[in-house]
Unconditional design. Structure first.
Length: 420
């Protein structure tokens, strides 16, 4: 035992004496978050990117680990803009059942696997938009990842999220029963207490459902008044956090923007005018194309065989309008509706709906990083930023699906995936 102890001490000392690990990366292509370069190199030391530039200018550090794959592309670790790590695909278990019948402990156990799959797919950061009935399990998940207990992306979490009374689900149950909702209901001045309570329990930002399908005919209608949204925003801002809004209808988007929301989630009915209003107020649009696509398929749509149903036609139209308006478009797929680890699906759909692959790559890196105030840390390959990196086979700026050919992933300077 004594021998073992001194051996451990010795190894610990050796570990401290070592110079930090360095990596010299020379893939065929390097996407720095803005531009695709060829013939470039990147140096990583400890948890930081030390240098990037043309190979002839970037010296290989002595003793560094060389990383190269044939016909490959190096990118900044991708940023998932809209995940629900506490949910899994509705075609396996419907949303009501996940929210009402599954315990937080069970859902968190699943979430640890979801977090790992996300990271292994090259998404080294994720913004999680609410636990949908699993309390603050996302805050605990984030802690376990940060402490190195489980693998996962660096997380920004919403906690429970806020809905107006009467608007949100699960719905359709006997009113004699108290049904737990997928988010926390609050209205009027009580919003002040609820926002502060969510912040106190670990929310990194406040997520609001600015509308929901509770119109007379089940259409999306605003849930909060402009005054309520302004109140939420004021209380949130004074804590140094931001408000982000689920909003599909034009009126809810308008109110959310006027109240100070920083991102609009879904935006199914965005038109050019609404997009321009968002742009004027520096709001970023997170389209969640994959959620609509997959839910429609779960309901029986045979994609590619049957014609596009009305909601898909509408989603394509609004995405085009958003592009035309010039609003900043980030990347977030509402992953959880579809399997964690298949986050690239949203990016494939962005291309399918008319965006150039290079723009899609920017959306999932520099644009998301800026929208979430992370651009001083991640989202680009730039001197001084965290070493969150991804290598894929092929060239995703040409064929976006090459993002699925993950070869190598680094988070915070640690290699977490290393394929042959
Ligand atoms: Zn969502």
């Amino acid at each position: 035992m004594k021998i073992l102890t001194s051996f451990l001490l010795l190894s610990a000392n050796l570990l401290f004496a070592q110079t930090p690990k360095s990596y010299y990366l020379t893939t065929d292509r390097i996407f720095d978050g803005e531009v695709m370069h060829t013939g470039w190199a990147v140096v990583v030391e400890a948890d930081k990117i030390i240098s990037i530039g043309p190979k002839e200018k970037i010296k290989e550090p002595v003793g560094s680990i060389k990383i190269n794959y044939p016909n490959s592309t190096l990118l900044p670790g991708l940023i998932e803009g809209h995940s629900h790590l506490l949910l899994y695909p509705y075609n396996i278990t419907d949303w009501d059942t996940q929210v009402l019948k599954e315990t937080d402990a069970y859902r968190t156990a699943r979430a640890t696997v979801h977090a790992k799959n996300t990271l292994m797919a090259g998404f080294t950061t994720a913004r999680d938009l609410g636990t949908e009935g699993a309390g603050y399990s996302d805050v605990a998940l984030k802690r376990a990842i940060n402490e190195g207990i489980i693998p996962g992306p660096r997380l920004m979490v919403a906690g429970r999220a806020i809905v107006s009374t009467g608007s949100y689900g699960p719905k359709g149950y006997d009113h004699d029963q108290e049904i737990m909702l997928g988010a926390e209901a609050a209205d009027g001045n009580d919003l002040v207490r609820v926002v502060r309570d969510q912040i106190g329990k670990g929310a990194d930002f406040i997520k609001i459902y600015a509308d929901y399908r509770w119109g007379l005919n089940g259409e999306d209608q605003p849930s909060f008044t402009l005054e309520e949204l302004k109140l939420i925003n004021e209380v949130t801002r004074s804590s140094g956090r931001v408000m982000v809004c689920h909003a599909k209808s034009k009126e809810a988007i308008r109110r959310a923007v006027m109240a100070g929301a920083e991102t609009i989630e879904h935006g199914d009915f965005i038109d050019v005018e609404t997009g321009k209003l968002m742009k004027e107020h520096n709001v970023t649009f997170i389209p969640t194309l994959a959620a609509v696509d997959m839910i429609t398929q779960y309901r029986g749509w045979k994609k590619g065989v049957s014609p596009d149903p009305a909601n898909v036609v509408n989603k394509k139209k609004s995405f085009k309008a958003a592009m035309e308006s010039g609003v900043a478009i980030g990347m977030g797929g509402d992953v959880g509706v579809f399997p964690h680890g298949e986050n690239a699906l949203e990016m494939e759909l962005m291309v399918e709906y008319g965006m150039k692959p290079m723009e899609v790559l920017k959306a999932a890196t520099t644009i998301n990083a800026k929208a979430f105030h992370l651009d001083q840390q991640v989202g680009a390959i730039k001197e001084g930023l965290k070493a969150d990196l991804l290598i894929v086979s092929g060239d995703p700026s040409n064929v976006i699906s090459d993002l699925r050919k993950v070869k190598w992933v680094m988070k915070d300077g640690v290699v977490v995936r290393n394929e042959k």
